[in-house]
Design a binder for this molecule. Structure first.
Ligand SMILES: *Cc1c(COP(=O)(O)O)cnc(C)c1O
Length: 398
């Protein structure tokens, strides 16, 4: 009999989205004539832009002719895409080297797989509430997690405690689920803390494209010293509607070097390269052709149109919260609006209340951690018409 990885027994049943689906289905069965609006989804809905689609087609055609056929590509991604990422960073004033860019099938895989590079006995800091992948991938490996509180008192932007040592710190900014985004000074504090502790920041910037405030950094490498203490994960999922197409990129600076217990210097860039060449065979040529077009002038202009569409939805949701005097976070620099449940309700109670009274579905904050118990997430990824109608109903709710 195989002995199993019993760390899986320590995972909390991830019942969030199935429980939501179950409650909505039960309601609809009893009330078939009441149209339900879903603002709970964390997936994009706008189609991929025409230019990018053209390049995806070109990629397909290349595979059908002997002269242009592609088999296995480089595990790290094609040079043309790695260079496109380098140029994208340069436009935002950040200089990275193509050898530090690793193309992948998405930020979820990479934020999970990065655990391969670290030993068991690290002090790992993860904010609560949080994107569940960071927590579950560490639990699967049998690691202990130290949670740091994100709450209304710190605007859901927890800061380092200089009296507590950590080795690995997860940061997601702009944040899912709270929509909160760190400013430059706050990130500088985290970088300084990481440098002082010889720690590493695992920085998820999947929502950087939603940043409109020019003073907010769109990359951790906008902070001096970050290349000595941070890995950055990003993705074309939210930027370009690639949630189903699958493409992301991870930056592992060559300056990230730490001593082994035996005094050997180890490079995280070299380790990640080894990890990827051993366990990963690259993203399809077709997808990389399309992805490179995202970073072209015209391709990015198309993406910005879709992002602007979602940003308008976020603005509509946020302005409704203002009007109703509901305390909320996000909505700017983020597709998420995270608000305090009215009337002191708990998040699941408020979920049922909204479903029953106005047939609007969102995501209970409790699903993202203890500190989400009295909060609720609405997303801007619906249609504008549905967002307006949902907010009209919300205004009449209480
Ligand atoms: C959507 C999302 C991602 C992107 O994941 P992909 O695997 O690239 O689709 C990464 N991090 C967070 C926090 C997200 O919400």
């Amino acid at each position: 009999m195989p002995k199993l990885n019993e760390n899986y027994l320590n995972l909390k049943q991830s019942y969030l989205f199935s429980e939501i689906a179950h409650r909505v289905a039960a309601y609809q069965e009893k009330n078939p004539d009441k149209p339900v609006i879903r603002l709970g989804i964390g997936d994009v809905t706008r189609p991929i832009g025409k230019k990018v689609i053209e390049k995806l087609h070109e990629g397909v055609d290349a595979l059908g002719a002997a002269e242009t056929f592609k088999g296995y590509g480089p595990e790290q991604g094609y040079e043309f895409l790695r260079n496109a990422v380098v140029d994208y960073y340069a436009e935002n004033g950040v200089s990275i080297d193509a050898g530090e860019v690793f193309i992948s099938d998405g930020a979820k895989s990479d934020t999970g797989n990065i655990t391969d590079l670290f030993a068991q006995d690290n002090v790992i800091l993860i904010p609560d509430p949080v994107y569940p992948v960071y927590v579950d991938t560490n639990l699967m490996n049998g690691r202990n997690i130290t949670y740091i509180d994100a709450n209304a008192d710190n605007n859901f932007l927890p800061m380092p405690d200089k009296n507590v040592h950590a080795d690995i710190i997860y940061i997601c900014s702009p944040n899912n689920p709270t929509g909160a985004a760190y400013n430059k000074e706050q990130l500088r504090e985290w970088v300084d803390y990481a440098l002082a502790n010889d720690a590493i920041l695992l920085y998820d910037s999947a929502y950087e494209c939603f940043i409109t405030d020019e003073t907010l950094p769109r990359s951790i490498y906008a902070i001096e010293g970050a290349k000595k203490c941070a890995i950055e994960f990003c993705s074309l999922s939210k930027t370009a509607g690639f949630t189903g197409t699958r493409c992301g990129y991870t930056i592992v600076p060559k300056d990230l070097k730490f001593m082994s217990s035996t005094g050997v210097e180890m490079s995280l860039n070299a380790m990640w390269n080894r990890r990827q060449t051993t366990k990963f065979n690259g993203v399809s040529y077709i997808v990389q052709k399309g992805a490179a077009e995202v970073f072209s002038k015209e391709g990015m202009a198309e993406c910005r149109e879709n992002i602007a569409y979602y940003q308008e939805n976020a603005r509509i949701i946020a302005s409704t919260m203002e009007k109703k005097g509901v305390r909320y976070f996000g909505g700017i620099n983020s597709p998420y609006v995270w608000f305090e449940c009215p009337m002191g309700m708990e998040s699941w109670e408020f979920f049922d209340y909204m479903l029953e009274k106005i047939q609007v579905v969102g995501t209970p904050g409790a699903g993202f951690g203890e500190n989400g118990k009295y909060f609720f997430r609405l997303t801007a990824f619906g249609t504008k018409e549905n967002t307006i109608e949902a907010m009209k109903r919300f205004e009449s709710l209480f």
